[in-house]
Design a binder for this molecule. Structure first.
Ligand code: A2P
Length: 284
């Protein structure tokens, strides 16, 4: 078993290829502790990235930014931790996923179609939540790749605008096409009937690529170090006033955490709020 960073929750380790079994969409009994939900929408962005929406059980509650375990019906289902990319008030649930060739779950999940069934464990959890941060003036969110998913939820939550004067969402990807999801979500947020007025002028997206030309290029860590992010945001990143959420690969979390901790930020949790919270992005 691997342990989900920052939460200590055990998640199934990657299986050997010989253990792979195609999940069946034929009727299979729903495991106890799981909801069986229906896929309502699927959109593919690149050969590595897609999003899907599922129906939401009436009893399911979560805080914006949390993750839940997702699996496909099959004889030996594999569950993985997925950040919920839709806000807590929405009546469907959105997820943003990578597609990993021979990945224990995504090899099959990338083929889902509207009408298919997805299993979802009943309890959502996670540290990328407003409750794990001390009060502050500006909320900065740093996400690489699918690490933007929890922030797609947080930026559409009215509570984020009640607690913070401004929100900066920094998204770093390898290629320009991989920035599309973040751009789409932020555009939708500006015209959202619930949070659109709050987000206009107070939410800023700063996106960057590392392997293709774009308006901004370079890793988020580099853009932070050189002061580019602060100058685009129009304000310095200061632990006295600012709070930070980070989601990405293990290497990105390590480097970003080191940079922020040396700048005076301290990691918080649900039990002990701080100025910085961290969670690993979904990987396989
Ligand atoms: P790079 O292209 O230089 O590896 P991935 O899809 O592998 O998760 O990468 C998403 C983005 O995160 C890429 O732009 C990648 O840059 C960047 N990245 C990878 N490792 C780090 C790191 N240690 N610190 C900051 N950004 C990173």
């Amino acid at each position: 078993m691997a342990v989900h960073m920052a939460t200590g929750i055990a998640v199934p380790a990657r299986e050997h290829d010989s253990d792979h079994q195609a999940p069946l969409q034929a009727p299979v009994e729903t495991p106890s502790g799981c909801h069986a939900e229906t896929v309502t929408e699927v959109e593919h962005y690149t050969d590595r990235l897609f999003r899907f929406r599922i129906s939401r059980p009436a009893s399911f509650r979560f805080r914006s930014g949390e993750f839940v375990m997702i699996g496909l019906p099959g004889t030996r289902p594999v569950f993985r931790a997925y950040s919920i990319a839709s806000p807590s008030w929405d009546d469907t649930l959105e997820f943003y996923s990578i597609k990993v060739p021979a990945g224990p779950l995504t090899e099959y999940l990338q083929r889902v179609q509207p009408g298919d069934t997805i299993w979802m464990r009943r309890k959502a959890t996670g540290t990328l939540v407003l409750d794990a941060l001390l009060p502050g003036r500006n909320l900065w969110m740093f996400g690489t790749g699918t690490g933007i998913a929890p922030f797609a939820s947080v930026i559409r939550d009215p509570e984020s605008y009640e607690k913070f004067e401004s929100l900066v969402l920094a998204h770093g990807c390898r290629l320009t096409a991989e920035l599309a999801y973040g751009q789409q979500v932020v555009t939708a947020t500006y015209s959202d009937p619930l949070v659109g007025d709050l987000a206009t002028n107070r939410l800023k997206l700063i996106d960057a690529t590392t392997r293709q030309p774009h308006a901004r290029t370079g890793r988020l860590t580099t853009l932070l170090e050189t002061g580019s992010l602060e100058s685009i945001a129009g304000a310095p990143l200061d632990p006295a006033t600012d709070r930070v959420m980070i989601c990405g690969s293990m290497a990105m979390l390590r480097d970003m955490r080191d940079a922020l901790e040396s700048g005076g930020f301290t990691e918080g949790s649900n039990a002990r709020p701080g100025t910085l919270v961290i969670e690993k992005a979904f990987v396989d």
